[in-house]
Design a protein around this ligand. Structure first.
Ligand SMILES: Cc1cc2nc3c(=O)[nH]c(=O)nc-3n(C[C@H](O)[C@H](O)[C@H](O)COP(=O)(O)OP(=O)(O)OC[C@H]3O[C@@H](n4cnc5c(N)ncnc54)[C@H](O)[C@@H]3O)c2cc1C
Length: 415
């Protein structure tokens, strides 16, 4: 069985590795001329790390990432709303990692090169469509590395891992609009900084109008006393009724003057001075918070969607990359259990699509970060006693309810 994987992001490379492990032949086609380590920090949750650990990648991840110890939610005055241990410290069998997205992609790519061979990763191949007969599926490309020559490749199935602007999704849903913007702009950056608290803590502070996210993503720094500190600010620029001011692009630099009003005199937290941190970051990126409505079908006989191509979601709750890795595992298991590709892709669709659709919807309401929204709404100027504002049960049901929905409770993972 041969699978053509479109896109060499985290979803595509993870899929290549798990399919290869099951003895399925794979070829990866990536539009960019090289696999570059782009982006800033992401968190990968234990359910996804378990899959990467099963692939033997734990040591490689440890070299480039930080094992997240705890997650703390605060209001914008630094008052604590929720604190919980994470990963191994929460009793999981495997860690949660705070990691540079590009480094995670790099770990996966190194493993693909070593186990499958770099000649199986075709760079500069932009997929422009796919077709199928009863017996096989063909992907159609423009080879950007060969003077834009047209190329066709045929296999038993095609897995579209080509991200939020997936060309193959577009083919099946030609009338789908551009990704929907909720009016929130995200600015993200990372720079060397002194560690705070345990040196492995993650803080999410603020509320509905502006949120600040802080966590270290690497100890590999020029100054050994510092970590690579990842930060993100999310602020409401509009009500979501208009398209974003600029098309979403993971590599668009942000504008300090636009960002500063959402930070200056807004966050008064103890762990570090966000203004200083942001000012010290040479280049940071901006990204309008976009997703797409869940679609009624991912699998069309021998062609299916995976990762952001299937379920682009708001980046709250640390689930984008993690869910792509879970898709990959589910698909590989089903394909290896059957010779019937069409039936396996249909079963993958039935298993993964409803679960991820729920996460897309929940992320629109704030995901687990709704704990800080709720408190800010009721106590915008801070509080004396947290539980006069929101009960322990209410806060717990928001945070724990999300981990159940996204299937990363300790019970789910350790099982
Ligand atoms: C450059 C970049 C930077 C990112 N930075 C961050 C970040 O800082 N923080 C964060 O939380 N998330 C980031 N993400 C998103 C995050 O990686 C994804 O949400 C998640 O990992 C799911 O991965 P995916 O493989 O499904 O999609 P993606 O990571 O979007 O990967 C899709 C891949 O497909 C390729 N591709 C697209 N169209 C075609 C085509 N027509 N033919 C062939 N190849 C194609 C793209 O070049 C890309 O390599 C970034 C994504 C990208 C592409």
């Amino acid at each position: 069985m041969k699978a053509l994987i479109i896109g060499g992001g985290i979803g595509g490379l993870a899929t290549a590795l798990v399919l290869h492990e099951k003895g399925i032949e794979v070829e990866v086609f990536e539009r960019s001329s090289e696999i570059r380590e782009l982006g800033v920090g992401i968190n990968t949750l234990p359910h996804a790390i378990k899959e990467l650990a099963d692939l033997g990648l734990l040591d490689a991840l440890d070299k480039v990432a930080i094992r997240t110890h705890e997650l703390i939610y605060q209001n914008r005055f630094g008052q604590e709303i929720w604190r919980e241990p994470r990963g191994l410290d929460a009793g999981y069998d495997v860690p949660q990692f705070s990691i540079h997205r590009g480094h995670l992609q790099g770990v996966l790519y190194d493993a693909v090169r070593e186990r499958i061979g770099d000649e199986r990763v075709h760079k500069g191949f932009e997929c422009v469509g796919a077709s199928q007969t009863g017996a096989n599926a063909s992907a159609h490309f423009i080879d950007r590395s060969a003077g834009d020559a047209k190329e066709d490749r045929t296999g038993d199935l095609i897995i579209a891992c080509d991200g939020i602007h997936s060309a193959i999704r577009k083919q099946f849903y030609p009338d789908e609009a551009q990704p929907a913007w909720n009016g929130i702009m995200l600015w993200r950056g990372a720079t060397e900084w002194a560690p705070f608290l345990t040196g492995r803590s993650m803080v999410i502070a603020g509320g509905m109008s502006a949120k600040l996210v802080l966590y270290p993503i690497s100890n590999d720094t020029e100054d050994p006393g510092k970590v690579l500190m990842n930060w993100a600010v999310a602020a409401k620029l509009g009500d979501g009724s208009k398209p974003p001011p600029r098309r979403e692009d993971w590599n668009r630099p942000g504008d300090l003057n636009e960002l500063l009003p959402f930070v200056e005199d807004v966050f008064h937290i103890d762990v570090l001075d966000p203004l200083e941190l942001i000012r010290a970051t040479e280049v940071f990126l901006e990204y309008p918070m976009c997703d797409r409505d869940p679609v009624p079908r991912w699998s069309f006989d021998r062609i299916t969607l995976l990762g952001d191509a299937a379920h682009p979601m708001y980046p709250v709750g640390s689930n984008g990359a993690s869910q792509a890795i879970l898709d990959a595992r589910c698909l590989a298991d089903l394909l290896s259990q059957s010779d019937d590709v069409v039936a396996a892709l249909a079963a993958y669709d039935a298993e993964r699509r409803p679960k991820t659709a729920e996460i897309v919807h929940n992320n629109r309401k704030g995901g687990p970060e709704r704990v800080i929204d709720v408190v800010e709404e009721r106590a915008p100027d801070g509080f004396d006693k947290l539980h006069d504002i929101a009960s322990e049960e209410e806060l717990k049901s928001i945070v724990m309810g999300y981990s159940q929905l996204a299937q990363f409770t300790q019970e789910d993972v350790n099982r």
